[in-house]
Design a protein around this ligand. Sequence first.
Ligand code: NAP
Length: 308
Amino acid sequence: MPAAVLFAPGSEDPTEWVPALAAALPGTRVYAVGDSFDAEEVEVAIVAPSAAGVLRGLPSLRLVQSLWMGVDELLTAPGLPADVPIARMVDSGMTREMPEAALAHVLYLHRAHDVYARQQRAREWRQWPQPAATNRSVGVLGLGELGARTARLLAEHGFRVHGWSRTPKRIDGVATHTDLNAVLAASEILVNQLPLTAETRGLLDARRLAVLPAGACVVNLARGAHLIEADLLTMLDRGHLRHAVLDVFAEEPLPPNHPFWTHPAVTVLPHVAAWSSLESCLPVAVENIRRLRAGEPLLHLVDRERSY
Ligand code: NAP
């Protein structure tokens, strides 16, 4: 009877995860990539996308548990079996930290700290009018695990929040839309929290960015490939957009010669919006293994048709 778990991490530390998994799953053998094991034993693989090659040749595999929330890379990884369910990681750490990051960046832009930072470099003492949050419209793209929480937090803070999703949503205090242009046209600050799919890749191009009101700001916390970077630079240089806070990039780490590094209207962050930790992620993986074995519905299953 196969009952083993294979742990195939990216940056996660197997010397912490493997014993913690073994302690949480009594009677289950837990292997790390590189251990010797019988491929027929492996029932569940807990993987980061960069390690997904290990999924080839596991005939008893019944669940692929992603260590990441975003599954864009995993879904195109060579070796991913076509017929095994994939569960995303949705943990309390990420779902707390991502809305917090979004609120921090929105407040930075709302209070014009980007403008004051530029003024400081020019030794310029100039005060600008400060609208109340209740007079500031913020758009959130994606109203899933992260976007819905972000939209709610921003609304609780008093902002006028507009959110965009594929299917209609109801969120207290948030104007929800399935029409992208309605959200873009209303967004003085736009926060991206979409998954990367064939439909959302390159979504924020010159045409879409032009729909934002003049002087709008962009916060990208999802994936670099959502945004056409050259188009963003053009819109910033033309002055149609005021500032961009970017946590994710088409190429990571951001290459040293990339114009974002020195652009006065760009804040570069090294993909730090939300972190996962063993403490918050391990219980999610363990609960899914319990459910798998009990024949109960699995948590956070990926719909391969939609790619998220
Ligand atoms: P999720 O729960 O799957 O929610 C996705 C949301 O996007 C849903 O509201 C969905 O609409 C909407 N959506 C998807 N495709 C769409 C389309 N074509 N048009 C309009 N709306 C669309 O995802 P999540 O857990 O919130 O995570 C979102 C992304 O954040 C992840 O995929 C990952 O790439 C990124 N992320 C980044 C970091 C970081 O550190 N920078 C950390 C974690 C995650 P429906 O509700 O109608 O389905």
